[in-house]
Design a protein around this ligand. Structure first.
Ligand SMILES: [Ca+2]
Length: 443
């Protein structure tokens, strides 16, 4: 698991970037990226390898200049070939005919795909938006409005309604930004384009299966430009694996204005990956003076009582209740907030692996429930490192004898380990935080 350090959260530029919930290139549902839309931000992990699985990871590989995008003449030929492949996988000609009616090459989708790069935010910038007063207020209103349904969903799946609502709030601003792109057209364009073509072709086949099953019509199958659909932004493969029909009408309709099926699908997804009812995602804690930062690692787990013996206590100075084994997470190093995180943290990661996203969902859910704001201050004078700066840091660490085992601009576990080793060598607190001041010191 990666994490830590600079949680560079990248926001994609389009409206609803990728999707949530569900992504996974393979497996998980991950919600994903969202663009710089004021309301909803989507996170993408700059680095991890497809991990959330719910959402497609949009930012990953090297962008191709838009000028290289092939002309659309090839698109129709590609569709012919694709349709043969789809039929070989059980998609009927009638399904294909209806789904591809009116579909054209969508240059705007490719423009968004190419533009996703480099907006990175710090964890506190992300949280300012993820748990803004507006999003908290709207979350409480959504909870009231759908309270009966949410209670029933909580009773059936064992996932707290505030958590389901928080995912909804981050994925689509409570249904306000579900995306209006034609899913078949978007996925066909992305599959034809070829950057991650195999992934998008798999999603396209899954989308056609959904249509063939009769869950919705081509016209209603809309979502983000990158294929994430509905209130909680499931990508097609995640939908097929995890969506549920909560209303009982025989259709898993996550596109409807009624969010019941979408919210239940999110709860079902979290349950499927091991949600523990009653366990927090995490609890803000205070660390004792002289705390050994090497203990703040996902690899180190202890019971809350053991942590309390080491002086790690909640913000009121008391031992955290025993919710099971936990790790300590410092998303902005020793100068920012510290969290004791439990197994449910890893369950939310199945939606999107970015720590900022998980903390965002968790904290928003706490606030919707009436919980307090995060008390610790953040190193707000810091800014997020750019992609070029992250690569430069890796090069300089490696040259200084602290190998990051590659230079990819992603702050993952190996880079964090190298940062910690460098910090130790310099007599600094080894919190693994890849900050601008550390880069300056390396220079
Ligand atoms: Ca239904």
């Amino acid at each position: 698991m990666r994490k830590n350090a600079f949680w560079a959260v990248a926001f994609a530029t389009g409206l609803l970037g990728t999707g949530v919930g569900a992504v996974g290139a393979t497996s998980s549902l991950r919600p994903v990226l969202r663009p710089a839309e004021p309301v909803v931000e989507r996170i993408s992990v700059v680095a991890s390898a497809l991990r959330p699985k719910l959402r497609p990871e949009v930012l990953s590989t090297t962008p191709t200049p838009v000028t290289q995008v092939a002309s659309h003449a090839g698109f129709n030929r590609w569709i012919d070939g694709f349709q043969r492949r789809a039929q070989a996988q059980g998609i009927r000609a009638s399904t294909l005919r209806a789904a591809f009616s009116g579909v054209r090459y969508d240059a705007d989708v490719i423009r968004r795909d190419r533009n996703q790069s480099e907006f990175t935010k710090t964890i506190w910038e992300y949280l300012d938006s993820a748990a803004s007063d507006t999003r908290i207020r709207n979350g409480k209103a959504a909870l009231r409005k759908h309270n009966r349904t949410l209670d029933a969903i909580e009773a059936r799946y064992g996932v707290e309604k505030e958590v389901v609502v928080a995912v909804w709030g981050l994925e689509s601003a409570y249904g306000e930004y579900r995306g209006s792109n034609d899913i078949v057209q978007s996925l066909a364009t992305l599959a034809y384009d070829g950057r991650r073509g195999a992934f998008f072709e798999e999603q396209l086949i899954a989308a056609l299966r959904i249509l063939q099953n009769g869950d919705t019509s081509p016209r209603n199958m809309t979502g983000s430009w990158a294929g994430a659909m509905g209130h909680t932004q499931f990508i097609p493969t995640s939908y097929l694996a995890y969506a549920v029909d909560f209303t009982g009408d025989g259709r898993r309709d996550i596109w409807a204005d009624d969010p019941s099926d979408a919210l239940a699908s999110t709860a079902a997804y979290l349950k499927r990956f091991g949600w523990v009812k009653g366990q927090p995602w995490g609890v803000e804690v205070q660390l004792p003076r002289g705390f050994d930062y090497a203990q703040a690692s996902r690899k180190v787990t202890r019971s809350p009582a053991q942590w309390a013996q080491m002086g790690v206590v909640d913000m009121r100075g008391r031992a955290v209740p025993n919710h099971g084994n936990a790790s300590i997470l410092l998303p902005a190093g020793g100068q920012g907030a510290a969290f004791m995180i439990f197994k449910n943290f890893a369950v939310i990661e199945r939606y999107n692996t970015a720590d900022a996203y998980v903390i965002g969902v968790g904290h928003l859910s706490d606030r919707i429930k009436g919980g307090p704001a995060i008390k610790a201050s953040w190193p707000r004078g810091d800014r997020a490192l750019t992609f070029a700066e992250r690569k430069e840091m890796q090069q300089r660490l490696t040259r200084a004898g602290f190998s990051t085992q590659g230079v990819d601009g992603r702050i993952g576990p190996k880079t964090i380990a190298a940062v910690r080793a460098y910090q130790r060598s310099q007599g600094l607190a080894p919190d693994g935080y890849a900050s601008l001041s550390l880069l300056k010191r390396l220079r």
